[in-house]
Design a protein around this ligand. Structure first.
Ligand code: SF4
Length: 149
């Protein structure tokens, strides 16, 4: 395993984007950063810069405008990267799925690796999904290195 892959496994950097829902899932993501859930004990770092992020956490429903922003953020993230759809709104559109201006899920805008189809998603499930994302990053990093060699 390369040192780069090892450091990614130990310290994933998270970017959170709220596309526009009731904010319930966004609040649960922020709860993960509080001393109660303390996601940083797993070495995870919250960043506002997509160029520094390994993991993109998406909450809320995707509409035309937020979908454009989501694609823009995703395209700026370096490979390998993992996307987590947090909450049923981000997974399928949830209770808003048949609204005229919404896409039924974030995966209509960008590739999604992990889905948490709850309303709202609990912090424990979010932390569990990020730990899963760490393994996925390692896997994707290996195939990315193999493609480049
Ligand atoms: S899944 Fe539920 S809690 Fe989360 S943004 Fe949608 S309506 Fe709000």
């Amino acid at each position: 395993m390369s040192l780069v892959a090892l450091s990614r496994k130990k310290s994933p950097w998270l970017l959170h984007f709220e596309t526009g829902g009731c904010n319930g899932c966004a609040i649960e993501v922020w709860a993960c950063l509080t001393p109660v859930y303390d996601v940083e004990r797993f070495g995870m770092v919250n960043t506002g810069n997509p160029k520094h992020a390994d993991v993109l956490i998406v909450t809320g429903c995707v509409n035309a405008r937020s979908g454009r922003v989501l694609r823009n953020l995703y395209s700026q993230m370096p490979e390998p990267k993992v996307v987590i759809a947090v909450g049923v709104c981000a997974c399928t559109g949830g209770i808003f799925h048949d609204s005229y201006n919404l896409a039924p899920g974030a995966d209509r805008a960008i590739p999604v690796d992990i889905y948490i189809p709850n309303c709202a998603a609990r912090p424990e499930a979010i932390i569990d999904s990020v730990l899963h994302a760490v393994d996925l990053l390692e896997e994707k990093g290996r195939s990315y290195d193999a493609r480049r060699s």
